[in-house]
Design a protein around this ligand. Structure first.
Ligand code: PHE
Ligand code: ZN
Length: 849
């Protein structure tokens, strides 16, 4: 075993680049195993740099020749690149390298996906294309010439000229190398156009493989909606003559914001009613918006270094959340965003992988594309907006865009813009970027002489390498209701800055009921002793939709946890409250669907562990089953009428209104399936004309262990459609019984359609296995062993995906001694694997510590 511990990089060690770039010209002569890349780069010494050393990154490159100002040079190969003696004045570097896109299974740099060439350069992939200062603070305009046999040859920026077998592109906007992109293949475009607010016409193209044209309409519309929204809300206009999106089948992430040429995982852009669910449509719309919004928050203003990653990601996630909230239901979007935050970011922040939104160090930057950088980063921006208010927020953003346009900026630059523009001191707020861990917010209250007092206590538990935590600046949105359920105090923002702080509200004739942390105003865990009556009261009366939903969720959690710990469960109170809520026709069906959805099993496990109870995954699973059965019996009389009301008779539209009805209809079907052992689900499957209902029905049938016929039918219908076959794989594992999930996953890995080198397919099976909590943690440990086998197998092929999926083990310390021991054994087995990638080494090492 090669015991080489991976190299840590520190934020504190940042130094400016020794050389800046005035212009870049690249020529690609494409060939699957022998692509030649010629570069011509105009360098100039950076007056602000201390060093004069000329270093270029380069990995897996075969250097053919190099010259400086026309004279051949022989650079010195060094770890991770090369060095060379250069003049102490501007000079032109030229090099020719050979690379092998076909052998590139890591999907980083230039690679091939189903016969087409494509690139992925963020974060450090460009160094696999040519020698270059591959760091985001080196920005340059690019000219690109592509020579190849493919009919379509694309790169960033505007088209310059093209002919048979070649094309030239020019991107006038200086950009870091991580935003470079090239695509070549047999593709066809959906064409459209957009007229910007200043009257400029922009050509829009969405490129797909022949056969996928029918899945491009929705994505194109989402793009146009995004362009319009960014003009209207942020005043941001697009800045090239053309904007292109390309769909690629083999892609590690969702999508990538390359300047003017976004590259998308097919799963994040292709959509049709027959093959995509409402949830798919919503996600696609959000990702298209996200990547488009990066044009300003990421590309025009980029990051100085990768420690600033949340500068572009947190802000861009916040912007895409705002967009979705504006064009769909704001309340429902917020609830879904918080469910995702708790499911992924709280899990991360409360385990061995907890890290700062602005990390101080890392080994492999690819391991930091995390829920903390993205989703917690977005929450910080949301809190800043809450603290300064709507108008001051947009004024600060105008200043950010005008001051930093063209910069490679820092998070500190961002916070300073807010301070200068609003006059507020954000010194304490900066802790949110530097302190890992989810704050716990404890509340109690009292009522005396007409004065109602809320007392808060905040505490952030220790996280790896960070034991001491200081109080955070927490915006707490609070409203008060009187005993009749009327709101007597509309939402106020309380600013908590101390470890303990009280807030008094005078002039109340009776003790009010508080609604705390409305709209989830801060990413904290609220701990408040509360009765089932109070929760049911808030579920019935709270005017804040988030907290209304939250009250129902808290009540459901109380029931499930009491069932597991053997205490008195407030089941009757919960079921009555749910029935009343379901009957309320004034409530958006989407909201009712969310309120009926049980809290995730992972959420229950985390809460138990938080309260020092060792969770038992099977007991949690069984509590879910029991509660759903009780729900079915309790709601029996309500089901037929309500289900019928949720039928959509109009032609399918992926809009929020129809999606809400389908969501509630399917939640009710889950309940119904408990009573009719799948009859209604089978009937729905047979008549479904869209994927939302088809998949919802199939899920119910699988849960009832009645899915064989539907499953076979599903495969016959969709055999050739990779994205739908991903669903076919994932569903079987997701809905497998606890003792069968690992066997099911293993059986599926032997299926002729299991193409494990494709990230979507690998995730379909193993992502589903790690999400099936009781199945993954099945008592004999076969889930762990299978999972580890496949991580070990994937690591040499695609280290990025392996490292990311190793988070399946991140909760290991939460479980009982037997499970801990089995998980640890697997982690150690992975760690001991010969030639393990530094990506996976870093993750497994951190998880084990
Ligand atoms: N920057 C991309 C995004 O957030 C994500 C990404 C990171 C894609 C790294 C590929 C590689 O939209
Ligand atoms: Zn992003």
């Amino acid at each position: 075993m090669t015991e080489q511990s991976p190299q840590k990089i520190f934020l504190a060690d940042y130094t400016p680049p020794a050389y800046l770039i005035e212009s870049v010209e690249l020529t690609f002569k494409l060939a699957p195993t022998t692509t030649r890349v010629m570069s011509k780069i105009r360098f100039t010494p950076n007056p602000n740099a201390a060093s004069k050393e000329f270093f270029l990154h380069g990995e897996q490159l075969n250097l053919i020749s190099a010259s400086i100002d026309g004279s051949t040079v022989t650079p010195e190969p060094v770890e991770g690149g090369l060095k060379c003696d250069v003049p102490n004045a501007p000079f032109t570097w030229e090099a020719e390298v050979e690379i092998n896109p076909e052998a590139n299974t890591a999907l980083e740099g230039l690679y091939m996906s189903g016969g087409m060439y494509c690139t992925q350069c963020e974060a450090e992939g460009f160094r696999r294309i040519t020698y270059y200062p591959d760091r985001p603070d080196v920005m340059a305009p690019f000219k690109v010439r592509i020579e190849g046999n493919d009919p379509v040859l694309l790169s960033n920026g505007n088209p310059v000229a093209s002919g048979e077998g070649w094309a030239e592109w020019h991107d006038p906007w200086p950009k870091p190398a991580y935003l470079f992109a090239l695509v070549a293949g047999d593709l066809i475009a959906r064409d459209d156009s957009f007229t910007t607010m200043s009257g400029k016409e922009v050509a829009l193209k969405l490129w797909v493989r022949p056969g996928d044209e029918g899945k491009t309409a929705f994505g194109m519309q989402a793009l146009k909606d995004s362009m319009k929204w960014d003009e209207e809300v942020y005043g941001r206009e697009y800045d090239l003559d053309i904007f292109q999106i390309v769909a690629v089948s083999d892609f590690n992430m969702g999508a990538m914001e390359n300047k003017g040429l976004n590259i998308f995982n097919t799963s994040a852009v292709l959509a049709s009613p027959e093959t995509s669910t409402d949830a798919n449509f919503e996600r696609i719309e959000a990702i298209i918006a996200h990547e488009y919004f990066h044009n300003w928050t990421g590309n025009r203003i980029t990051c100085r270094d990768w420690f600033q990653l949340s500068l572009k990601e947190g802000l861009t996630v916040f912007r895409d959340q705002q967009f979705s909230g504006d064009i769909r239901s704001e309340a429902v979007c917020r609830i879904n965003d918080v469910i995702a935050l708790r499911g992924r970011q709280f899990r991360e922040d409360n385990g061995p992988l907890a890290h700062q939104v602005q990390p101080d160090s890392f080994v492999e930057i690819n391991n930091f594309y995390t829920a903390t950088i993205y989703e917690k980063g977005a929450e910080l921006i949301r809190m800043m907006k809450t603290l300064v208010g709507h108008d001051a927020y947009y004024k600060a953003l105008d200043l950010y865009f005008s001051r930093h346009d063209g910069d490679a900026a820092t998070i500190e630059d961002w916070v300073r813009v807010f301070e200068e523009s609003t006059g507020r001191d954000l010194t304490q707020f900066r802790r949110w970027y530097k302190q890992a861990g989810t704050p716990r917010l404890k509340v109690d209250d009292d009522f005396k002489d007409g004065t109602y007092t809320l007392r808060f206590k905040q505490e952030t538990p220790p996280t790896p390498e960070q034991d001491e935590k200081l109080p955070q600046h927490i915006p707490i949105a609070v409203g008060l209701l009187n005993p009749n359920g009327d709101e007597v105090l509309p939402t106020q923002i309380l600013e908590m800055t101390d470890a303990e702080q009280s807030f008094a509200f005078e002039g109340h004739s009776a003790k009010p009921t508080p609604s705390i942390l409305r709209h989830f105003s801060a990413p904290v865990i609220l701990e408040r002793e509360s009765s089932a009556e109070e929760r049911a009261f808030l579920l019935a009366h709270d005017t804040d939709p988030f907290n209304k939903w939250e009250a129902g969720r808290a009540l459901a959690k109380d029931v499930l946890i009491a069932m597991i710990t053997g205490e008195d469960a407030p089941t009757a109170a919960y079921l009555d409250a749910v029935a009343a809520m379901l009957r309320d026709d004034n409530l958006d069906p989407a909201f009712r669907a969310l309120a009926l959805h049980l809290p995730a099993q992972d959420d229950i496990a985390q809460t138990l562990a938080d309260g020092s109870v060792t969770p038992d995954p099977l007991a949690i699973y069984n509590a879910h089953q029991t509660l759903r059965q009780q729900m079915a019996e309790h709601l029996q009389d309500l089901l037929p009428r309500l289900s019928a009301e949720m039928d959509v008779s109009e032609p399918f539209e992926p809009n929020a209104e129809q999606a809400g009805k389908r969501a509630l209809g399917l939640e009710l079907l889950k309940v119904t399936t408990r009573l009719d052992s799948g009859a209604a689900a089978q009937a729905l499957y047979d008549r479904a004309d869209n994927m939302t209902l088809r998949m919802g029905a199939l899920g119910c049938l699988l849960e009832a262990r009645k899915g064989d016929a539907a499953l076979a039918d599903f495969r016959t219908r969709f055999e050739g459609d990779a994205l739908v076959m991903d669903k076919w794989f994932a569903m079987q594992v997701a809905h497998a019984a606890p003792e069968q999930a690992a066997d099911m996953a293993e059986r599926l890995t032997n299926d002729s359609d299991f193409n494990w080198k494709n990230p979507n397919r690998f995730r379909a099976v193993f992502g589903a296995l790690m999400m099936n909590q009781a199945g993954f943690h099945e008592a004999t440990g076969k889930g762990y062993a299978l999972f580890a086998d496949w991580l070990i197998k994937l690591d040499p092929v695609n280290a990025q995906i392996t490292a990311r999926m190793s988070t399946g083990f991140e909760t290991w310390k939460r479980w009982d001694a037997d499970r801990q021991a089995m998980m640890k054994t697997q982690l150690e087995r992975i760690a001991a694997t010969r030639d393990l990638s530094s990506d996976t080494q870093e993750m497994v090492g951190r998880i084990l510590n």
